[in-house]
Design a protein around this ligand. Structure first.
Ligand code: ADP
Ligand code: ADP
Ligand code: ZN
Length: 217
C-alpha cells in the first residue's frame, strides 16, 4: 500500500508520521502546508495570496491547492506512490483528487484518520517548534531538541509558526470541524477509511499505522 492520505486535525501528528513512513516506503511525503510555506518564503504570487489565509488560520482556496497537487502528482517520483499529508481538507479537494488520480490511472489505497482529543491538540500545537531550514518538527515538552532551541538535524534556530499561536489555533480547529470532518463520511462510504489513535507516543502511533498498511513495525 503506497498511495495514502493522512487525515486529521492540525497537530494530530500527521507530519511527524508521514515523514518517517515516507522515508521507509521510498515515496514522497506531499504536504500542502509545507508547499504553501515554501511559496510564502519565496514570495511568489501564489505565496503572497496564500499567506493571507494561512495567517488567519483559514484554508487557502481549493483551486489553488488542487493545482499544486496536480503538478506534484505529475512528477516522476510520485508515480510509485505517495503520502498526502494535510490534503485533501475539503469535499471539493477530495473530489478534485479523485479526478486527478483517475486521469493518472491510479487510486488511493487507504485514508488514515488520526484521532486526537482537543486538549491534546492544543498542547501539541502551542508547544510545536519547527526548523525553518530543514523542516524538522519538535515539541518543547514531547519531542524537545537536544540543544536548547536549535535543530537536531541542521543546527538552525527553531521558530514557532505564526499560526501556532493560541488565537489562530482555535480558528484552525473550528475550520477543521466544519470543512474537513465531512471527509470522514466521504472516505468511509468509499471503504477507504481507517482510524488510528493518535494519542500514544510517536512509536506507538507509528506501529498502529504500519499494521494498517501491512508493514512490520
Ligand atoms: P500535524 O502535521 O498533524 O499538524 P505534527 O506532526 O506537526 O502534526 O505534530 C504536532 C506537534 O506534536 C509537534 O510539535 C510534534 O513534535 C508533536 N507530536 C507529534 N506526534 C506526537 C505524539 N505521538 N506524542 C506527542 N507529541 C507529538
Ligand atoms: P496543520 O497540520 O498544523 O494544520 P499545515 O501545515 O497542514 O498545518 O497547514 C497550514 C496552513 O496551510 C493551513 O492552516 C491552511 O491555511 C494552509 N493549508 C495547508 N493545506 C491546505 C489545504 N489542503 N487546503 C487549504 N489550505 C491548506
Ligand atoms: Zn533543521
Amino acid at each position: 500500500m503506497t498511495r495514502l492520505v493522512f487525515l486529521g486535525p492540525p497537530g494530530a501528528g500527521k507530519g511527524t508520521q508521514a515523514r518517517l513512513l515516507a522515508a521507509e516506503l521510498h515515496v514522497p511525503q506531499i504536504a500542502t502546508g509545507d508547499m504553501l510555506r515554501e511559496a510564502v518564503a519565496a514570495q511568489t504570487a501564489l505565496g503572497l495570496e496564500a499567506r493571507r489565509y494561512m495567517d488567519a488560520g483559514a484554508l487557502v482556496p481549493d483551486d489553488v491547492v488542487v493545482g499544486l497537487i496536480a503538478e506534484r502528482l505529475a512528477q516522476p517520483d510520485a508515480r510509485r506512490g505517495f503520502i498526502l499529508d494535510g490534503f485533501p481538507r475539503t469535499l471539493a479537494q477530495a473530489e478534485g483528487l479523485e479526478r486527478l488520480l483517475k486521469d493518472l490511472g491510479q487510486g488511493l489505497d487507504r485514508v488514515i484518520f488520526f484521532s486526537v482529543s482537543e486538549p491534546e491538540l492544543l498542547r501539541r500545537l502551542t508547544g510545536r517548534r519547527v526548523c525553518p531550514t530543514c523542516g524538522s518538527t519538535f515539541h518543547l515538552a514531547f519531542a524537545p531538541p537536544k540543544a536548547g532551541d536549535r535543530c537536531d538535524r541542521c543546527g538552525s534556530a527553531l521558530v514557532q509558526r505564526k499560526d501556532d499561536r493560541e488565537e489562530t489555533v482555535r480558528a484552525r480547529l473550528a475550520v477543521y470541524a466544519t470543512q474537513t470532518v465531512p471527509l470522514l463520511d466521504y472516505y468511509r462510504d468509499r471503504h477507504l477509511l481507517s482510524t488510528v489513535s493518535g494519542e500514544g507516543d510517536v512509536a506507538a502511533v507509528g506501529r498502529a499505522i504500519r499494521n494498517l498498511v501491512g508493514r512490520p513495525a
